[in-house]
Write a protein that binds this ligand. Structure first.
Ligand SMILES: C[S@@+](CC[C@H](N)C(=O)[O-])C[C@H]1O[C@@H](n2cnc3c(N)ncnc32)[C@H](O)[C@@H]1O
Length: 337
């Protein structure tokens, strides 16, 4: 085991400890000398740089570790901007009164901007992320009701029926198998609990050329790609000029946008961040409402809702087992193992 710290476990109160289970044997976990230890098999989960680790590497998510360390607070709301709160509402449909006092799982929390919103609304948020973004989130949320782990959605250390709400925003399409990543989650909801996910849309054709560029960009060292984004993104200014040219300006701007897809965010720093975020991930899939609805239904989720920003879907785990719920129960069970 790596060298660990002998300090208190941040954010791991009794409520969180009670839902944790060993990745190997599902045994209960308890606080040990340098982190958590399984009471059954003795496996240790170290606390390093203030974060408990349920993985020992970032695997394919290294670019996200780089990204969120560099842009550690850019997207956090403050007195002058509530953009993350607005995005959270548009991508989950959750409201403050839903989350207040609830135990909430943020799958792929990144640097913690949406967990920040949910804690502001009164939730206790457990945030997990595969990358070193987890260290950034732990720092950003140090004074909040939040617990951050470095963990993989495909191997989560939680007991079934642990959470009142689960959300995952812009994450599952960055895994090797978006559908299977989603299907790891419904079993973690308490009966009656709600889950919301937001994925990239495959209805939108603007990114077709970026699929070609991504074959190279995702292989580039993050530092190099980031430098390239900083050089290319100022082309954004050309669009504003072109749009003012009568007749040919708008088609020329559209042609440029098609040939060199990039973020058109109104904030210059967000533009570079969003463009890097688009071109750097190893995995990036796009999805339709039809397929996402099928996943929700096959897990026995009910009351499915389309939320404002495509592709955003919300559903509920059936509250109690009714007589006619055998099919629904089987559905959730399918998404359990
Ligand atoms: C585009 S970022 C989104 C972060 C955050 N949800 C947000 O919207 O600001 C995607 C995040 O998913 C995380 N991620 C990718 N694969 C993962 C996995 N298998 N398990 C957990 N997190 C994962 C990455 O490390 C990254 O921080």
């Amino acid at each position: 085991m790596a060298k660990t710290e002998n300090v208190n476990l941040p954010g791991v109160g009794e409520e969180v400890l009670a839902i944790l289970g060993c990745l190997d044997c599902q045994g209960g976990l308890a606080s040990g000398a340098g982190g958590l230890v399984c009471l059954q098999c003795g496996r240790e989960y170290p606390l390093l740089n203030g974060v408990l680790r349920f993985v020992d590497a970032q695997n394919y998510a290294g670019s996200f570790g780089f990204q969120w360390k560099l842009y550690s607070r850019t997207q956090l709301d403050d007195a002058s901007s509530q953009r993350s709160e607005r995005a959270f509402r548009r991508r989950t449909g959750f409201r403050p009164e839903d989350l207040a006092g609830k135990l909430v799982l943020d799958v792929g929390c990144g640097m913690g901007r949406f967990a920040e919103v949910a804690t502001r609304w009164g939730a206790h948020v457990v945030g997990i992320d595969l990358s070193l973004a987890s260290e950034v989130a732990a720092k950003n949320l140090a004074d909040r009701s939040a617990t951050i782990f470095q963990a993989d959605v495909f191997k989560l250390p939680f007991a079934p029926e642990s959470f009142d709400y689960i959300y995952s925003i812009g994450v599952l399409h960055h895994t090797p198998d978006c559908e299977q990543a989603f299907k790891a989650l419904p079993k973690l909801l308490k009966p009656g609990g709600r889950i919301a996910i937001w994925l990239y849309s495959s209805y939108n054709p603007w990114y077709r050329m970026s699929d070609v560029y991504r074959k190279w960009t995702r292989r580039m060292a993050p530092e190099k790609l980031h430098r390239l984004c900083k050089v290319v993104v100022p082309l954004y200014g050309v669009h504003s000029v072109l749009k003012k040219v009568p007749l040919v300006g708008k088609p020329a701007s559209s042609a440029l946008a098609w040939a060199i897809p990039m973020s058109h965010n109104k904030d210059a720093t967000w533009r570079v961040l969003d463009t890097f975020d688009w071109y750097s991930p190893w995995y990036q899939s796009k999805h339709t409402y039809e397929e996402v609805f099928r996943w929700f239904e096959s897990c026995g989720l009910q009351d499915l809702r389309v939320i404002e920003q495509p592709i955003a879907v919300q559903g509920t785990r059936p509250p109690v087992q009714r007589e006619n719920s055998a099919r629904e129960t089987a559905g959730v069970a399918q998404c359990v193992e």
